[in-house]
Design a protein around this ligand. Structure first.
Ligand code: SOE
Length: 385
Protein backbone atom coordinates (compact mmCIF):
# COMPACT_ATOMS: atom_id res chain seq x y z
CA UNK A 1 0.00 0.00 0.00
CA UNK A 2 1.43 3.36 -1.04
CA UNK A 3 1.50 6.22 1.45
CA UNK A 4 -0.33 9.40 0.52
CA UNK A 5 0.77 12.47 2.46
CA UNK A 6 -2.10 14.78 3.36
CA UNK A 7 -1.74 18.53 3.81
CA UNK A 8 -4.90 19.65 5.61
CA UNK A 9 -5.84 23.33 5.56
CA UNK A 10 -8.18 24.26 8.43
CA UNK A 11 -8.81 22.86 11.88
CA UNK A 12 -12.46 23.71 12.41
CA UNK A 13 -15.44 21.39 12.36
CA UNK A 14 -14.62 20.23 8.82
CA UNK A 15 -10.90 19.81 9.53
CA UNK A 16 -12.03 17.33 12.20
CA UNK A 17 -14.45 15.40 9.98
CA UNK A 18 -11.86 15.06 7.22
CA UNK A 19 -9.00 14.16 9.58
CA UNK A 20 -11.18 11.54 11.21
CA UNK A 21 -12.04 10.09 7.80
CA UNK A 22 -8.38 9.77 6.81
CA UNK A 23 -7.49 8.27 10.20
CA UNK A 24 -10.21 5.62 10.04
CA UNK A 25 -10.54 4.72 6.40
CA UNK A 26 -7.86 2.01 6.18
CA UNK A 27 -9.25 0.24 9.24
CA UNK A 28 -12.45 -0.53 7.39
CA UNK A 29 -11.76 -0.43 3.62
CA UNK A 30 -9.16 -2.22 1.49
CA UNK A 31 -7.54 0.54 -0.48
CA UNK A 32 -4.52 1.13 -2.71
CA UNK A 33 -3.31 4.01 -0.51
CA UNK A 34 -2.66 4.73 3.12
CA UNK A 35 -3.36 8.41 3.88
CA UNK A 36 -0.79 9.90 6.24
CA UNK A 37 -1.79 12.93 8.34
CA UNK A 38 1.38 14.79 7.42
CA UNK A 39 0.78 18.51 7.93
CA UNK A 40 -1.96 20.60 9.47
CA UNK A 41 -1.98 24.16 8.17
CA UNK A 42 -3.69 27.11 9.87
CA UNK A 43 -2.81 30.70 10.71
CA UNK A 44 -3.05 30.33 14.49
CA UNK A 45 0.11 28.42 15.47
CA UNK A 46 -1.01 27.48 18.99
CA UNK A 47 -4.35 26.14 17.79
CA UNK A 48 -2.65 24.30 14.93
CA UNK A 49 -0.16 22.71 17.37
CA UNK A 50 -3.04 21.59 19.58
CA UNK A 51 -4.84 20.10 16.55
CA UNK A 52 -1.63 18.35 15.46
CA UNK A 53 -1.27 16.74 18.89
CA UNK A 54 -4.91 15.69 19.10
CA UNK A 55 -5.14 14.15 15.62
CA UNK A 56 -1.58 12.87 15.22
CA UNK A 57 -0.34 15.13 12.42
CA UNK A 58 3.45 15.10 11.99
CA UNK A 59 3.98 18.78 11.16
CA UNK A 60 2.42 22.22 11.46
CA UNK A 61 2.46 24.94 8.81
CA UNK A 62 1.01 28.45 9.11
CA UNK A 63 1.19 29.48 5.44
CA UNK A 64 -0.83 27.47 2.94
CA UNK A 65 1.47 28.64 0.12
CA UNK A 66 4.41 26.82 1.72
CA UNK A 67 2.21 23.78 2.27
CA UNK A 68 1.16 23.67 -1.36
CA UNK A 69 4.78 23.92 -2.54
CA UNK A 70 6.06 21.28 -0.14
CA UNK A 71 7.46 18.26 -2.02
CA UNK A 72 6.41 16.06 0.91
CA UNK A 73 2.70 16.64 0.29
CA UNK A 74 0.71 14.58 -2.24
CA UNK A 75 -2.81 15.80 -1.53
CA UNK A 76 -4.14 19.16 -0.37
CA UNK A 77 -7.42 18.96 1.52
CA UNK A 78 -9.20 22.32 1.92
CA UNK A 79 -11.32 22.54 5.07
CA UNK A 80 -10.95 26.28 5.62
CA UNK A 81 -13.62 28.98 5.06
CA UNK A 82 -15.13 29.42 1.59
CA UNK A 83 -13.17 32.56 0.63
CA UNK A 84 -9.91 30.60 0.80
CA UNK A 85 -10.99 27.66 -1.41
CA UNK A 86 -10.21 29.07 -4.85
CA UNK A 87 -6.72 30.44 -4.10
CA UNK A 88 -5.56 27.28 -2.36
CA UNK A 89 -7.08 24.84 -4.86
CA UNK A 90 -5.70 26.67 -7.89
CA UNK A 91 -2.19 26.87 -6.38
CA UNK A 92 -2.37 23.22 -5.34
CA UNK A 93 -3.37 22.12 -8.83
CA UNK A 94 -0.55 24.20 -10.35
CA UNK A 95 1.85 22.45 -7.98
CA UNK A 96 0.56 19.11 -9.27
CA UNK A 97 -1.15 18.07 -6.03
CA UNK A 98 -4.40 16.16 -5.79
CA UNK A 99 -7.07 18.43 -4.33
CA UNK A 100 -10.04 17.75 -2.10
CA UNK A 101 -12.27 20.64 -1.10
CA UNK A 102 -15.03 21.09 1.47
CA UNK A 103 -18.39 22.19 0.03
CA UNK A 104 -19.42 24.53 -1.46
CA UNK A 105 -16.64 24.52 -4.04
CA UNK A 106 -16.26 28.28 -3.54
CA UNK A 107 -18.28 31.48 -2.99
CA UNK A 108 -19.78 31.59 -6.49
CA UNK A 109 -19.65 29.97 -9.91
CA UNK A 110 -17.07 32.41 -11.30
CA UNK A 111 -14.53 31.38 -8.64
CA UNK A 112 -15.46 27.74 -9.07
CA UNK A 113 -14.96 27.90 -12.84
CA UNK A 114 -11.36 29.05 -12.26
CA UNK A 115 -10.87 26.08 -9.91
CA UNK A 116 -12.27 23.68 -12.49
CA UNK A 117 -9.94 25.10 -15.16
CA UNK A 118 -6.95 24.65 -12.82
CA UNK A 119 -7.58 20.98 -11.95
CA UNK A 120 -8.46 20.21 -15.57
CA UNK A 121 -5.23 21.81 -16.87
CA UNK A 122 -3.14 20.03 -14.25
CA UNK A 123 -4.95 16.71 -14.69
CA UNK A 124 -4.98 16.13 -10.93
CA UNK A 125 -7.57 13.95 -9.12
CA UNK A 126 -10.11 16.09 -7.27
CA UNK A 127 -13.32 15.82 -5.29
CA UNK A 128 -15.70 18.01 -3.25
CA UNK A 129 -16.94 16.78 0.13
CA UNK A 130 -20.70 16.68 -0.47
CA UNK A 131 -20.89 13.96 2.15
CA UNK A 132 -24.63 13.22 2.23
CA UNK A 133 -24.41 11.25 -1.02
CA UNK A 134 -22.48 8.65 0.98
CA UNK A 135 -25.18 8.03 3.59
CA UNK A 136 -25.92 4.36 2.76
CA UNK A 137 -29.67 5.04 2.58
CA UNK A 138 -29.12 7.88 0.08
CA UNK A 139 -26.71 5.78 -1.99
CA UNK A 140 -29.32 3.02 -2.05
CA UNK A 141 -31.97 5.49 -3.21
CA UNK A 142 -29.64 6.41 -6.08
CA UNK A 143 -29.27 2.73 -7.03
CA UNK A 144 -33.04 2.19 -7.05
CA UNK A 145 -33.67 5.32 -9.10
CA UNK A 146 -30.99 4.28 -11.62
CA UNK A 147 -32.58 0.81 -11.85
CA UNK A 148 -35.80 2.56 -12.92
CA UNK A 149 -37.78 1.37 -9.90
CA UNK A 150 -39.52 4.74 -9.53
CA UNK A 151 -40.40 5.04 -13.21
CA UNK A 152 -40.98 8.57 -14.39
CA UNK A 153 -40.23 11.07 -11.62
CA UNK A 154 -42.86 13.75 -11.03
CA UNK A 155 -41.73 15.52 -7.85
CA UNK A 156 -38.58 16.20 -5.83
CA UNK A 157 -38.88 17.91 -2.43
CA UNK A 158 -35.98 18.85 -0.16
CA UNK A 159 -35.43 20.97 2.91
CA UNK A 160 -32.57 21.66 5.30
CA UNK A 161 -33.64 23.36 8.52
CA UNK A 162 -31.52 24.67 11.39
CA UNK A 163 -32.06 27.20 14.21
CA UNK A 164 -28.63 28.32 15.38
CA UNK A 165 -28.65 31.96 14.16
CA UNK A 166 -31.97 33.17 15.60
CA UNK A 167 -30.40 35.26 18.37
CA UNK A 168 -29.64 38.83 17.31
CA UNK A 169 -26.75 38.81 19.83
CA UNK A 170 -24.84 36.32 17.71
CA UNK A 171 -21.97 38.17 16.00
CA UNK A 172 -20.93 37.62 12.39
CA UNK A 173 -17.41 36.79 11.18
CA UNK A 174 -14.39 35.12 12.69
CA UNK A 175 -13.81 31.51 13.66
CA UNK A 176 -17.00 29.51 13.82
CA UNK A 177 -19.14 32.43 12.65
CA UNK A 178 -17.67 33.16 9.23
CA UNK A 179 -20.77 31.51 7.71
CA UNK A 180 -22.64 34.70 8.65
CA UNK A 181 -20.15 37.00 6.88
CA UNK A 182 -21.06 37.22 3.20
CA UNK A 183 -17.59 38.31 2.11
CA UNK A 184 -16.21 35.02 3.46
CA UNK A 185 -19.11 32.63 2.88
CA UNK A 186 -20.37 33.98 -0.47
CA UNK A 187 -23.99 33.52 0.59
CA UNK A 188 -26.01 32.26 3.55
CA UNK A 189 -28.14 29.15 3.62
CA UNK A 190 -28.25 29.01 -0.18
CA UNK A 191 -24.55 28.13 -0.52
CA UNK A 192 -24.29 26.35 2.81
CA UNK A 193 -27.42 24.21 3.20
CA UNK A 194 -29.27 24.30 -0.11
CA UNK A 195 -26.00 23.40 -1.83
CA UNK A 196 -26.20 19.99 -0.09
CA UNK A 197 -29.84 19.55 -1.17
CA UNK A 198 -29.02 20.55 -4.75
CA UNK A 199 -25.98 18.28 -5.00
CA UNK A 200 -27.98 15.26 -3.82
CA UNK A 201 -30.96 16.22 -5.97
CA UNK A 202 -28.97 16.48 -9.20
CA UNK A 203 -27.16 13.24 -8.40
CA UNK A 204 -30.48 11.46 -7.90
CA UNK A 205 -32.69 13.21 -10.44
CA UNK A 206 -30.46 14.92 -13.05
CA UNK A 207 -29.95 18.55 -14.01
CA UNK A 208 -32.04 21.56 -12.99
CA UNK A 209 -33.16 23.81 -15.87
CA UNK A 210 -34.70 26.83 -14.13
CA UNK A 211 -35.54 28.22 -10.70
CA UNK A 212 -37.76 30.81 -9.05
CA UNK A 213 -36.57 31.79 -5.60
CA UNK A 214 -37.16 33.99 -2.58
CA UNK A 215 -34.67 34.76 0.18
CA UNK A 216 -34.83 36.77 3.39
CA UNK A 217 -32.33 38.23 5.83
CA UNK A 218 -34.22 38.38 9.12
CA UNK A 219 -31.52 40.12 11.14
CA UNK A 220 -30.17 42.98 9.07
CA UNK A 221 -27.10 43.93 11.11
CA UNK A 222 -24.84 42.14 13.54
CA UNK A 223 -21.65 42.98 15.39
CA UNK A 224 -18.63 41.73 13.46
CA UNK A 225 -16.31 39.59 15.58
CA UNK A 226 -13.19 40.90 13.86
CA UNK A 227 -13.94 44.65 13.63
CA UNK A 228 -16.08 44.91 16.79
CA UNK A 229 -18.47 47.16 14.82
CA UNK A 230 -22.15 46.58 14.01
CA UNK A 231 -22.22 45.88 10.27
CA UNK A 232 -24.93 45.03 7.72
CA UNK A 233 -25.63 41.32 7.27
CA UNK A 234 -25.20 40.28 3.63
CA UNK A 235 -26.19 36.63 3.84
CA UNK A 236 -29.58 35.06 3.20
CA UNK A 237 -30.97 33.64 6.47
CA UNK A 238 -33.69 31.71 4.65
CA UNK A 239 -34.03 30.64 1.04
CA UNK A 240 -36.74 28.75 -0.81
CA UNK A 241 -37.13 27.98 -4.47
CA UNK A 242 -39.21 26.20 -7.07
CA UNK A 243 -37.34 24.29 -9.75
CA UNK A 244 -37.93 22.44 -12.99
CA UNK A 245 -35.64 19.47 -13.58
CA UNK A 246 -34.51 18.56 -17.08
CA UNK A 247 -36.47 15.28 -16.82
CA UNK A 248 -39.71 17.25 -16.47
CA UNK A 249 -40.17 16.83 -12.72
CA UNK A 250 -41.08 19.75 -10.45
CA UNK A 251 -39.32 20.54 -7.21
CA UNK A 252 -39.45 22.60 -4.06
CA UNK A 253 -36.37 23.36 -1.96
CA UNK A 254 -36.19 25.22 1.37
CA UNK A 255 -33.41 26.04 3.81
CA UNK A 256 -33.26 28.25 6.87
CA UNK A 257 -31.33 28.78 10.10
CA UNK A 258 -34.52 30.15 11.75
CA UNK A 259 -36.61 26.99 12.15
CA UNK A 260 -36.76 26.85 15.97
CA UNK A 261 -36.24 23.31 17.21
CA UNK A 262 -34.63 21.94 14.04
CA UNK A 263 -30.88 21.35 14.28
CA UNK A 264 -29.94 19.74 10.97
CA UNK A 265 -33.19 18.49 9.50
CA UNK A 266 -32.23 17.58 5.96
CA UNK A 267 -35.10 15.69 4.34
CA UNK A 268 -35.79 14.68 0.77
CA UNK A 269 -38.71 13.06 -0.99
CA UNK A 270 -39.07 11.79 -4.54
CA UNK A 271 -42.38 10.77 -6.06
CA UNK A 272 -42.26 8.56 -9.16
CA UNK A 273 -44.84 6.83 -11.26
CA UNK A 274 -44.34 3.48 -9.49
CA UNK A 275 -42.76 4.34 -6.15
CA UNK A 276 -41.79 7.07 -3.71
CA UNK A 277 -38.80 7.52 -1.42
CA UNK A 278 -38.40 9.63 1.72
CA UNK A 279 -35.13 10.15 3.61
CA UNK A 280 -34.45 12.17 6.77
CA UNK A 281 -31.00 13.02 8.15
CA UNK A 282 -32.27 12.83 11.74
CA UNK A 283 -33.04 9.15 11.07
CA UNK A 284 -30.31 8.67 8.51
CA UNK A 285 -30.13 4.88 8.52
CA UNK A 286 -33.78 4.53 7.41
CA UNK A 287 -35.28 4.77 3.96
CA UNK A 288 -39.05 5.15 3.62
CA UNK A 289 -40.20 3.30 0.52
CA UNK A 290 -43.64 2.96 -1.07
CA UNK A 291 -43.98 0.65 -4.06
CA UNK A 292 -47.28 0.68 -5.95
CA UNK A 293 -46.32 -2.70 -7.48
CA UNK A 294 -46.68 -4.41 -4.09
CA UNK A 295 -49.76 -6.61 -3.71
CA UNK A 296 -52.81 -4.51 -2.77
CA UNK A 297 -53.58 -5.83 0.72
CA UNK A 298 -50.03 -5.32 2.00
CA UNK A 299 -49.17 -2.25 -0.06
CA UNK A 300 -47.98 0.62 2.13
CA UNK A 301 -44.99 2.62 3.29
CA UNK A 302 -42.05 0.50 4.44
CA UNK A 303 -39.42 1.85 6.79
CA UNK A 304 -36.27 -0.01 5.82
CA UNK A 305 -33.36 -0.16 8.27
CA UNK A 306 -30.33 0.32 6.03
CA UNK A 307 -27.83 -1.63 8.10
CA UNK A 308 -27.60 -4.97 6.32
CA UNK A 309 -24.46 -6.21 4.61
CA UNK A 310 -26.08 -5.96 1.17
CA UNK A 311 -26.76 -2.25 1.69
CA UNK A 312 -24.21 0.21 0.27
CA UNK A 313 -20.99 0.46 2.35
CA UNK A 314 -22.50 -1.54 5.24
CA UNK A 315 -20.53 -4.76 4.85
CA UNK A 316 -17.42 -2.77 5.80
CA UNK A 317 -18.91 -1.96 9.21
CA UNK A 318 -20.25 -3.92 12.16
CA UNK A 319 -22.89 -6.64 11.95
CA UNK A 320 -26.37 -6.30 10.44
CA UNK A 321 -28.70 -4.13 12.49
CA UNK A 322 -25.98 -1.94 14.01
CA UNK A 323 -26.03 1.62 12.82
CA UNK A 324 -23.41 4.04 11.62
CA UNK A 325 -23.63 7.85 11.59
CA UNK A 326 -22.61 11.22 10.21
CA UNK A 327 -18.84 10.78 10.43
CA UNK A 328 -19.01 7.59 8.38
CA UNK A 329 -20.23 9.51 5.33
CA UNK A 330 -16.83 11.24 5.24
CA UNK A 331 -15.02 7.91 5.69
CA UNK A 332 -16.99 6.53 2.72
CA UNK A 333 -16.08 9.55 0.67
CA UNK A 334 -12.38 9.22 1.55
CA UNK A 335 -12.55 5.51 0.62
CA UNK A 336 -14.17 6.25 -2.74
CA UNK A 337 -11.60 8.95 -3.46
CA UNK A 338 -8.62 6.72 -2.63
CA UNK A 339 -10.05 3.87 -4.76
CA UNK A 340 -10.63 6.26 -7.64
CA UNK A 341 -7.07 7.59 -7.41
CA UNK A 342 -5.85 3.99 -7.50
CA UNK A 343 -7.67 3.68 -10.82
CA UNK A 344 -6.20 6.99 -12.04
CA UNK A 345 -9.48 8.90 -11.68
CA UNK A 346 -11.27 11.52 -9.59
CA UNK A 347 -14.23 10.64 -7.38
CA UNK A 348 -17.68 12.13 -7.68
CA UNK A 349 -18.59 14.89 -7.12
CA UNK A 350 -15.58 16.24 -8.94
CA UNK A 351 -14.90 19.98 -9.08
CA UNK A 352 -16.63 19.97 -12.45
CA UNK A 353 -19.77 18.37 -11.02
CA UNK A 354 -19.78 20.62 -7.94
CA UNK A 355 -19.62 23.65 -10.24
CA UNK A 356 -23.08 22.64 -11.52
CA UNK A 357 -24.39 23.09 -7.97
CA UNK A 358 -22.86 26.58 -7.92
CA UNK A 359 -24.67 27.40 -11.16
CA UNK A 360 -27.93 26.53 -9.41
CA UNK A 361 -27.14 28.48 -6.21
CA UNK A 362 -26.09 31.50 -8.30
CA UNK A 363 -29.39 31.23 -10.22
CA UNK A 364 -31.33 31.00 -6.93
CA UNK A 365 -29.71 34.17 -5.58
CA UNK A 366 -30.21 36.02 -8.85
CA UNK A 367 -33.86 34.92 -9.07
CA UNK A 368 -34.51 36.06 -5.51
CA UNK A 369 -32.84 39.42 -6.16
CA UNK A 370 -34.72 40.02 -9.42
CA UNK A 371 -38.01 38.30 -8.51
CA UNK A 372 -37.93 36.34 -11.76
CA UNK A 373 -37.56 32.77 -13.04
CA UNK A 374 -33.88 32.23 -13.97
CA UNK A 375 -32.44 29.65 -16.36
CA UNK A 376 -29.58 27.67 -14.81
CA UNK A 377 -26.28 27.76 -16.68
CA UNK A 378 -25.44 24.24 -17.85
CA UNK A 379 -28.82 23.18 -16.39
CA UNK A 380 -29.63 20.43 -18.87
CA UNK A 381 -26.48 18.41 -18.19
CA UNK A 382 -26.66 14.64 -17.81
CA UNK A 383 -27.02 13.14 -14.34
CA UNK A 384 -23.84 13.17 -12.26
CA UNK A 385 -21.81 9.98 -12.29
C1 SOE B 1 -23.93 24.60 8.89
O1 SOE B 1 -24.38 24.70 10.20
C2 SOE B 1 -23.42 23.19 8.62
O2 SOE B 1 -22.36 22.90 9.48
C3 SOE B 1 -22.97 23.07 7.17
O3 SOE B 1 -21.90 23.95 6.88
C4 SOE B 1 -22.61 21.64 6.86
O4 SOE B 1 -22.20 21.49 5.52
C5 SOE B 1 -23.83 20.77 7.15
O5 SOE B 1 -23.57 19.43 6.84
C6 SOE B 1 -24.24 20.90 8.59
O6 SOE B 1 -24.48 22.26 8.85
Amino acid sequence: MKKLNIGMVGYGFMGRTHSNAFSQVNHFFDLPFEPVLKTICARNLDRAEAFKAKWGYELVETDWRRLVESPEIDLIDIASPNDTHAGIAIAAAHAGKMVMCEKPLSRNAAESEAMVRAVRAAGVPNMVWYNYRRVPAVTLAKQWIDEGRLGKVFHYRAKFLQDWTISSDLPQGGEGLWRLDVSVAGSGVTGDLLAHCIDTAMWLNGGIDEVSAMTETFIKSRKHSLTGKVEPVGIDDASAFLARFHNGSLATFEATRYARGHKALYTLEINGEHASIIWDLHDLHRLQWFDHKDAGPTRGWRSIHITDSDHPYMKQWWVPGLQIGYEHTFIHQAADFLSAVGAGKSASPTFEEALLTDYVTDAVLSSAANRQWVKVQGGNHATHA
